[in-house]
Design a protein around this ligand. Sequence first.
Ligand code: ATP
Ligand code: MG
Length: 501
Amino acid sequence: MNKTYIELKNVCKRFPGVLALSNMNLQLKLGEVHGLIGENGAGKSTLIKVLTGVHSPEEGEIYVDGEKVAFKGPIAAMEKGISCIYQELNTVKELSVADNIFLGRYIKGKFNLLDYEAMNEKTKQVMQTLGQDVDPTMEVGKLGIGQQQMVEIGRALSQDAKVLIMDEPTASLSEKEVQELIKVVRNLKKKGVAILFVSHKLEEIFEICDKVTVMRDGEHIVTSQTEEMTKDSLIANMVGRTLDNLFPKEKAKSGEEILRVENFTRHGVYKDISFGVRRGEIVGFSGLVGAGRTELFNGIFGADPVDDGELYIEGKKVAIKSPKEAIRYKMAFVTEDRKGQGLILDASVKNNLVTTCFKKMKKGIFMDDNKINQVVKENIKSMRIKTASDETPVGQLSGGNQQKVVIGKWLNTDAEIYIFDEPTRGIDVGAKVEVYKLMNELVKKGKAVIMISSELPEILGMSDRVIVMRHGRITGKIDMDSKHFNQEDIMKAAWGGSIDE
Ligand SMILES: Nc1ncnc2c1ncn2[C@@H]1O[C@H](COP(=O)(O)OP(=O)(O)OP(=O)(O)O)[C@@H](O)[C@H]1O
Ligand SMILES: [Mg+2]
């Protein structure tokens, strides 16, 4: 029998207007991987923050190794061997990899000076156990999101944690990095570490978790051995109803070509990219993380320089030099990095939702408050954004609900061409369906949708056509209506080999 290391009994945590945890119970055992799932806003991250001493609960008890504790802060939790990788990146971008790993626990050598040699060496070792070959002196901000997250995992590992908590650790990782992470998790488990693993990807839960707990509205719904659950039973417990169709694809009438990209090239990043998108079409951009898709669309959207190539909108050649111009040409770009580009975290839900459409919200020289309130109310309702009020700062929403605000913001523009970059990252199954339905609505209105996604099921489930990229090149173009289509073609094009149009 594995030993229970952490036990939560009847824990309650309130925020203004929200009961985030309601009589929550949980046991974590050493040498066990425990999955935690639930819809956006269910209270998963709050539960974690109670365990790591970031929040203190109003009611209930926490036991660590049989002893009742009341953490005064994260350091107290860390001293009990509890380490955490939070949902949003927590690296200090200006500092080196080694600095980030040893932040607050620097190794000192002679004369009390920082021993960089030792820290760099240790950093290298830790990162190697994660399969990452990175230069310890490299500035973290220069790494991709996936690698930055690996640095965070490295930091937790280097603390010899007894309990490692991971809040959606795989959300930004490439397939290869996910596999490496899974290996690391299995090794830690063998060493007797207790792991709490939060994810919206149910396949992952089945792959690595021994047990799984489902939460809904801050409450404990069920804990079970993973093998006793099915995907459907997990979903039903999560959403409290059954979802009959995870991909509610509705075909729209396809119209004229609205966007045409010819020979787009950025040296060393992507090369010779040509494709067109019609009104009424959802075009999926598939590929592995790092295939160059985000970079390509940053170029198309005017956010990054482009070395060569031509862009046509409604048949007219245009030169887009900045995102502002792209927006004028009726493009919208729903970014994958919500913290960096998508949202102003201190501003209210309302203000974030209308930043993209201030002009439309004016009455003479004044803002039309009634109209703003109406639009915002509609957004919150149609996407089921879980927020105490529309005045709540976005930073206080759960991760998935923040993502919904990013999407809502762009839906409020008059855009004709929508680029969604990993639109359902970090959002729960129910909300995914809402996002897909919104895409259906857009194409039904004759708009064009481009969906960049690393999730094959949603690419297959929602696209009319799929374009696959690999190492900055297009390696496949697939029409989903074609009889010859099969899923392996997409995999092959993404991983290696190429197929004809
Ligand atoms: N600091 C805070 N201030 C106010 N409300 C908060 C705060 N943190 C979380 N909440 C609220 O508590 C509830 C639970 O949020 P939590 O972040 O725990 O959800 P989650 O299960 O992690 O969701 P997701 O899957 O979207 O990450 C939400 O309604 C959220 O808005
Ligand atoms: Mg969360």
